[in-house]
Ligand binder design. Structure first.
Ligand code: MGD
Ligand code: MGD
Ligand code: SF4
Ligand code: MO
Length: 723
C-alpha cells in the first residue's frame, strides 16, 4: 500500500495517544499556586496505575475530591506527561460500578460480608486445603505491581511454589531471550536512536509515555523508523516506512539481516571481539538465510531487506531492533527476539547513545532482604506448570499461567484446589475463556482481589475489593534514576483496603502471620536503605532523584556466566532449541479460507481494565474486525457488516472494518472489549472478546502463550449500517 500524506494524517489523528499526551503543565502549576492560596486545593505527587508503566502524576484534590490528574515533571516516567488513560483515572475512583465491600458467593449471588468474616473464612479454608493436599495446592496469580514482594513472602511462607504472573501472556519471549543472552532485559535509548526497527512494537498504542516522547524526539532529529507489522498500525503511520510482513515471519526477516550483516562485514568487529561469544556459530547458521529465502517466507522483497539492512548497519551504534514488549505471539517468538538480540550485538549498540541500555538502579530481591520476617525457605514442591524444571528450564519464575485450567482439570501433577488472583483477569487475558470458566468451577476456593467485578471475580467464592491507586499507599518504586511513592490523594471512598493489608490479614488467618509483623513504612524503609532515602521523605516529596540524571555512555557489566553477550548459548539447547537462533516456522499456516487472527492494544484502553471508565468508554466504546478489502470482497463482506469470527476454540460476532491497512491473510481486533461481567454496565457486551477465540498454547522455549497462533473463518451474518 502506498502511503499518502492524507492516509498518514488520518492515521495519526486516530492514534489519540499523541494528541492525548497532556502538555499543559505550566498553566496547571500557575492555576494550582493560585488555588492553593485559597487553601482548598491539594496537589499530591503519586504514581499512575491505569496501566503497568507507572508514570509519575500530580493529583489535584479540591474540597476533598480528585478533580484533575497531571504528569509530574520530577518523575522519570513521563517527565510531566501522561496519556489519555492516566488522565481518566478519577473515573475509576468515582465509578459507581466499582467494588465497594468484600463479597461472598452464596448460590449464584454475591452478598456483602465484613472483612473479618472474609479473612477468617478464607484463612480457615487455606489451612484446611494445605493440611489435606499440601501447600502446593494453592496457585496465586498477579500482574506484579508495587506490592509484589508481599505476594512473594506470602507464597513462600505458605510453602507454595506456584506464584505466577501474566508474563507468559506478555513478555516471556523477550525476557527469556535477553536474560539468557545479555544477562538482563534492556530497553532502548529511544530519544537518540538514528535507525529503529520495530517487529510489532506499536509504540504509540502500546503506550509507555517516556518511550513515545523519546521516539518522537528521535523522529524530529531525523531518525529513520521502520515498522514491521502485518497491519498499518498507528506506529506504522508515524514511521518512515511500513513493512507489511506476513504474520509470524519476522524471524526470517531478521535472520536474513544477520546473513547480510555478516557476509558484508557490516558489524562492529571490536565490539564483537570484546563483548560477545558465539559469533562463528551464528555465522555458520545464517549462511543459508539469504534475502531471497526470506522473501519467500515474509512476502517482503529481497531488495527491501537488503536496503534496510545496509541503511541500518550504517547508522550503528545508534541502530536498534526493539526487544519488543508483548512478544508472546508465535511459536517462534523467542527465536525472533533472539535474532534481534544478535543484530543489536552485531551493531555494538549496548550502552551506546541511541542503543540498548540496562536499568540503572534496582531494589534488592525480597528473598535477599532480612530482618523483618523469619528466613524464607524455597518451597519443596515443584511448580504445577513445570516452569524452571527439566522441560521448561528458561520459563523459571515467569511460569505458564495459561496452562492452569488444564492442570486444574487433570489434577496433574498434583491437585490444585485454591487459587488467589490479584490485579489479574485470566478468564479474559490468558486465552480460551470457555476453558478457564470450566476449570475455575472445580476449585474449592477462588479468591479475587480487584477494584472492579472482573470476569474472573464473577467466578470467585470471595471477592476482596482493593482501594484504587488514588486511595492507597504502596511500597516504593524505582523509575530511571529516582525512587518514588504512590500515596493516597483521598481517603478510601468505600469499605476497601490496600493489597498490602489484605495480604497481611490473610496471612494472619492462614497461620503465617509471623511473616508479616511489620508496617508498610518499615518495609519501605528497608527497601530504600541502600539509597539513603526514607519513606517519610518520599511522603513529603513524592519523587527523589538518586543522581544528576546524566547518562554515561559505556558498555555496562554483562551479567551472563561468560561475562559476555552469548550469541550462542547452551542454555537454549537445554530448553530444546539450538544454541544460536535458527528458522522455526510459525505454528499454523493461513490458507484455504482460514485467516490469521491478530489482536493487540489501543491507545485509549488498557487490556481488559478500562472499558467501564466513562471517559475512555466515550473515546472508544467498541471494537471492530479489521479485514483486508480483497479478502472481504471474496467473502461478500462490506464495511459495517456484522460478521462471525470462528476458530477451533470459539466464535464471536462483531462489525467488520474493511480496509487496505491489514495483510490479506490476517484479521485484527483490539483486545479487551466484549466484557461479560454484567456488574460493569458500560463495558458489558460492547464489542467482542478476543479471548473466546484464542487457545491456551505453550511456546516451547519460553513457555509463552503464543496467542496469535490461531486461524479463523469469517462469514457475514448480518448487514451493517453501510450495507
Ligand atoms: N494504551 C495502552 N498502552 C499499553 C497497554 C495497553 O493495554 N494499552 N499495555 C501495556 C502492555 S502490558 C504491553 S505488553 C504493551 C504492548 O505493546 P506492543 O508490544 O506494542 O503490543 P500490541 O498492541 O500487542 O501489538 C503491537 C503490534 O503487533 C502487530 N503484530 C501482530 N503480529 C505480528 C507479526 O507477526 N509481526 C509483526 N511485525 N507485527 C505483528 C499487531 O498488528 C500490533 O500492531 O503496551 C503497554 N502499554
Ligand atoms: N487476546 C489477547 N490477550 C492478551 C493480550 C492481547 O493483546 N490479546 N495482551 C496480553 C498482555 S500484553 C498482558 S500484559 C496481559 C494483561 O492481563 P491482565 O494482567 O489480566 O490485565 P487485565 O486484563 O487488565 O486485568 C487486570 C485486572 O486488574 C484489575 N485492577 C486494575 N487496577 C487494580 C488495582 O489497583 N488493584 C487490583 N487488585 N486490581 C486492579 C482490573 O480491574 C482487571 O480486572 O493480557 C494479555 N492478554
Ligand atoms: S502510560 Fe498512561 S496509563 Fe500507563 S502509567 Fe503512564 S499515564 Fe498511566
Ligand atoms: Mo503486557
Amino acid at each position: 500500500m502506498k502511503l499518502t500524506r492524507r492516509s498518514f494524517l488520518k492515521a495519526s489523528a486516530a492514534t489519540g495517544a499523541l494528541a492525548a499526551l497532556s502538555g499543559g503543565v505550566m498553566s496547571f502549576e500557575r492555576w494550582a499556586a493560585k488555588a492553593a492560596e485559597t487553601g482548598e486545593v491539594k496537589l499530591i505527587p503519586s504514581i499512575c496505575e491505569m496501566c503497568g508503566t507507572k508514570c509519575g502524576i500530580i493529583v489535584k484534590v479540591k474540597n476533598g475530591r480528585v478533580v484533575k490528574i497531571e504528569g509530574n515533571k520530577e518523575h522519570p516516567n513521563g517527565k510531566g506527561k501522561i496519556c489519555a488513560r492516566g488522565n481518566a483515572g478519577m473515573k475509576l475512583l468515582y465509578d459507581p460500578d466499582r467494588l465497594k465491600q468484600p463479597l461472598k458467593k452464596e448460590g449464584d449471588r454475591f452478598v456483602p460480608i465484613s472483612w473479618e468474616q472474609a479473612f477468617r473464612e478464607i484463612g480457615e479454608k487455606l489451612k484446611e486445603i494445605k493440611a489435606k493436599y499440601g501447600p502446593e495446592a494453592l496457585v496465586w496469580s498477579t500482574h506484579p505491581e508495587l506490592a509484589y514482594d508481599y505476594e512473594v513472602i506470602f507464597n513462600q511462607a505458605f510453602g507454595s511454589p506456584n506464584l505466577s504472573a501474566h508474563a507468559p501472556t506478555c513478555y516471556s519471549p523477550r525476557n527469556v531471550a535477553y536474560k539468557t543472552m545479555y544477562g538482563e532485559v534492556p530497553t532502548v535509548d529511544y530519544g537518540n536512536v538514528k535507525y529503529y526497527i520495530s517487529c510489532g512494537r506499536n509504540l504509540v498504542e502500546g503506550i509507555n509515555v517516556s518511550q513515545v516522547t523519546g521516539i518522537m524526539k528521535a523522529k524530529e532529529k531525523g531518525a529513520k523508523l521502520i515498522a514491521l507489522d502485518p497491519r498499518y498500525s498507528n506506529f506504522a503511520a508515524l514511521a518512515s516506512e511500513w513493512v507489511p510482513i506476513r504474520p509470524g515471519t519476522d524471524l526470517a526477516f531478521l535472520l536474513a539481516m544477520i546473513h547480510l550483516i555478516i557476509k558484508n562485514e557490516w558489524y562492529d568487529k571490536e565490539f564483537v571481539k570484546n563483548y560477545t561469544i558465539g559469533f562463528e556459530e551464528v555465522a555458520a547458521e545464517v549462511e543459508k538465510y539469504t534475502p531471497k529465502w526470506a522473501e519467500e517466507i515474509t512476502g517482503i522483497p529481497a531488495a527491501t531487506i537488503e536496503r534496510i539492512t545496509e541503511e541500518f548497519a550504517k547508522a550503528k551504534p545508534a541502530a536498534v531492533v526493539d526487544p519488543g514488549w508483548h512478544t508472546s505471539r508465535y511459536m517462534n517468538s523467542t527465536e525472533m527476539v533472539r535474532a534481534g538480540a544478535v543484530i543489536n550485538a552485531l551493531m555494538g549498540n549496548l550502552g551506546m547513545k541511541g542503543g540498548l541500555k540496562f536499568p540503572k538502579y534496582k531494589f534488592t530481591k525480597v528473598e535477599e532482604r532480612e530482618g523483618l520476617w523469619p528466613k524464607l525457605e524455597k518451597p519443596k514442591a515443584k511448580r504445577f506448570d513445570g516452569a524452571g524444571g527439566e522441560k521448561w528450564p528458561l520459563a523459571k519464575g515467569l511460569g505458564m499461567i495459561q496452562m492452569l485450567p488444564e492442570h486444574i482439570l487433570s489434577g496433574q501433577p498434583y491437585p490444585i484446589k485454591a487459587y488467589i488472583v490479584n490485579h489479574h483477569n485470566p478468564v479474559r487475558s490468558a486465552g480460551n475463556s470457555q476453558k478457564w470458566i470450566e476449570a475455575l468451577k472445580k476449585l474449592e476456593l477462588l479468591v479475587v482481589i480487584d477494584v472492579q467485578m472482573s470476569e474472573t471475580a464473577m467466578m470467585a467464592h470471595y471477592v476482596l475489593p482493593e482501594s484504587t491507586y488514588l486511595e492507597r499507599f504502596d511500597p516504593p518504586q524505582i523509575a530511571g534514576n529516582a525512587v518514588a511513592l504512590r500515596q493516597p490523594a483521598v481517603k478510601p471512598l468505600h469499605n476497601t483496603m490496600g493489597v498490602d493489608d489484605i495480604i497481611k490479614e490473610l496471612a494472619h488467618e492462614a497461620g503465617i502471620g509471623q511473616y508479616f509483623n511489620f508496617t508498610l513504612e518499615q518495609f519501605s524503609d528497608q527497601m530504600l536503605k541502600p539509597f539513603n532515602v526514607t519513606f517519610k521523605q518520599l511522603v513529603e516529596k513524592g519523587v527523589i532523584a538518586l543522581d544528576d540524571g546524566k547518562t554515561e555512555y559505556k558498555v555496562p557489566e554483562i551479567k551472563t556466566e561468560s561475562g559476555k553477550i552469548e550469541l550462542a548459548s547452551s542454555a537454549f539447547e537445554k530448553a530444546g532449541a539450538k544454541k544460536v537462533p535458527t528458522w522455526v516456522p510459525p505454528g499454523v499456516t493461513e490458507g484455504n479460507g482460514k485467516l490469521r487472527f491478530l489482536h493487540g492494544h489501543t491507545a485509549v484502553h488498557t487490556h481488559t481494565s478500562t472499558f467501564n471508565n466513562e471517559y475512555l468508554h466515550a473515546l472508544m466504546p467498541e471494537n471492530v474486525l479489521w479485514i483486508n478489502t480483497r479478502t472481504a470482497e471474496k467473502l461478500g463482506i462490506k464495511n459495517g457488516d456484522l460478521v462471525e469470527v470462528k476458530s477451533d476454540y470459539g466464535k464471536v460476532t462483531i462489525k467488520a472494518k474493511v480496509t487496505e491497512a491489514i495483510h490479506p491473510d490476517a484479521v485484527f481486533m483490539v483486545h479487551g472489549f466484549g466484557g461479560f461481567s454484567p456488574y460493569q454496565k458500560k463495558a458489558y457486551k460492547k464489542g467482542a472478546s478476543t479471548s473466546f477465540i484464542i487457545p491456551c498454547h505453550v511456546e516451547p522455549v519460553s513457555g509463552a502463550s503464543a496467542d496469535c497462533e490461531v486461524l479463523v473463518e469469517v462469514r457475514k451474518v448480518g448487514g451493517g449500517a453501510n450495507a
